[in-house]
Ligand binder design. Structure first.
Ligand code: SF4
Length: 380
């Protein structure tokens, strides 16, 4: 097995093919509606400027001796991006916020949030699911489905509305609810409700958390406006309740290097993440990143770099973690740059071919947990 593929996992778990039905709750996102304060950490310690990380110095090989696979992004390109956009600096961070006069959200996020395949939220949850179920069911002869709350932050909503919607989604044929949200939109009340719903309705619950990077400098560069701590807190709460977690990562962020990507695989594995969804960085119209791209201030990394980073990520990932996808795609029509103008499935195949050719596979380097340094003792 080169990697733990989602479609095969679903078939094994539910005994048949299972299809995701997108459904919209009509929520928004705290990173777009102006409720988050600009930069809590910077305010607290009075930071005026955060230096650029990992771009103006050549990183030494991993001191643990693990990270030999691949190279970091081209230093010249990184330095150019850093100098031109202020990547990783507080200046760029505040530029991004000022861009639309209020709050721009993540620098890559288009106006409709992270999803784009849903029916209008004016339709009830049940109506949306029934309509999609009829269509997909007829097209593929499917009988089991996942209700996928993809767009925006689906737990960022009053509790009563949230609980009503989740109950409504448990119609016949739905075997699981997949709920996309941000790490700072998870609390015990919602998690506890979902735990009870799982027991009462017999559906699986997977919370899909957007993280993108484990490097907190990169999170600031992206204008995520949450740190790694909020992510860890959310995962621990979800896992304690017996629910599952899927984490979204972008493997070719120029503000990261390959060691950040490897560290991400290790952090997700150590936290007991159940699933991951990998993305490449796409660039949309009407985003902060799109503006920088059009003005020649931002240059994406190469496809080769993305592929190498993704392969390395998989090598350090716990082999039991299910990989929902290795690469995504952008909303059609509004994209300035996506997947190097190549089909996502071609890039997927290039990743798999490279792994087979080079004898690399998911979990190849998954040997770093549970006291790795103690293993040379031969105590009885
Ligand atoms: S990517 Fe997600 S978290 Fe970021 S602004 Fe868009 S909806 Fe909010």
């Amino acid at each position: 097995m080169v990697y733990n593929k989602f479609s095969e996992y679903l078939k094994k778990r539910y005994g048949t093919k299972v299809y995701k039905l997108p459904v919209s709750l009509g929520t928004t996102c705290p990173n777009r509606d102006g409720t988050l304060r600009p930069d809590l950490n910077a305010e607290a310690v009075g930071i005026a400027h955060t230096p650029c990380n990992n771009r103006d110095v050549a990183l030494q090989p991993d001191s643990n001796g693990f990270g030999s696979a691949g190279t970091s992004a081209d230093a010249t390109v990184d330095a150019e991006i850093c100098a031109a956009t202020g990547a990783g600096t507080n200046d760029h961070y505040h530029d991004a916020i000022a861009d639309d006069g209020a709050c721009s959200g993540c620098i890559f996020c288009g106006i409709e949030g992270s999803g784009f395949e849903t029916l209008p939220p004016e339709n009830s949850i049940r109506e949306q699911l029934e309509a999609n179920k009829r269509y997909i069911g007829k097209k593929y002869g499917a009988e089991k489905f996942i209700a996928y709350f993809q767009n925006y932050s689906n737990t960022y909503i009053a509790f009563d509305r949230f609980s009503k919607a989740m109950n409504e989604a448990c119609i016949e044929g739905i075997v699981a609810l997949y709920i996309g949200t941000r790490p700072d939109c998870i609390d015990d009340r919602r998690v506890d409700f979902l735990r009870q719903l799982k027991e009462e309705k017999g559906v699986d619950i997977v919370i899909e958390l957007g993280l993108q990077s484990v490097n907190h400098h990169t999170l600031r560069w992206l204008n995520r406006r949450h740190g790694l701590a909020e992510f860890i807190d959310a995962v621990l709460r979800i896992k304690r309740a017996g629910l599952e977690v899927c984490v979204h990562m972008i493997n070719d962020l120029p503000a990261d290097d390959i060691y950040d990507v490897i560290e991400a695989a290790k952090v997700l594995s150590a936290l007991g993440t159940d699933q991951v969804k990998c993305h490449s960085l796409y660039i949309l119209e009407n985003t902060v990143l799109g503006k920088a791209y059009k003005e020649g201030r931002f240059k994406p990394l190469s496809m080769e770099e993305f592929i190498e980073r993704t392969v390395s990520f998989l090598e350090y990932l716990d082999p039991d973690i299910v990989v929902q996808r290795l690469i995504g795609r952008s909303p059609t029509g509004r994209s300035l740059f996506c997947n190097w103008y190549t089909s996502w499935w071609k890039i997927h195949d290039m990743i798999v071919e490279k792994m087979v050719r080079e004898g690399r596979y998911q979990g190849r380097h998954f040997d770093y947990l549970n006291g790795r340094a103690l293993r040379h003792f031969r105590d009885t």
